[in-house]
Design a protein. Structure first.
Length: 73
């Protein structure tokens, strides 16, 4: 069951786990709040989730790239 959980977390960008690590809150709690607010506000947290996932992906790409523009400036 833990391998399935890790696979799902890895495939879904890890936004909730990253927020949980930064704030010191359990990721399950953050996931619950995302789900609850998505039902209450008809999906608007999904937009925040996608923006956060995009930002995390871009940040990872920039800092791990061989030709990193941040390192050369």
């Amino acid at each position: 069951m833990n391998t399935l959980k890790r696979f799902v977390e890895w495939q879904f960008f890890g936004v909730c786990s990253a927020i949980g690590e930064k704030m010191g809150v359990a990721t399950e709690t953050i996931r619950k709040y995302f789900i609850y607010t998505s039902f209450i506000t008809v999906g608007s947290p999904v937009i925040f989730y996608l923006i956060a996932a995009f930002w995390m992906n871009i940040k990872r790409y920039i800092f791990n790239a061989k030709r990193n523009p941040v390192r050369y400036t």
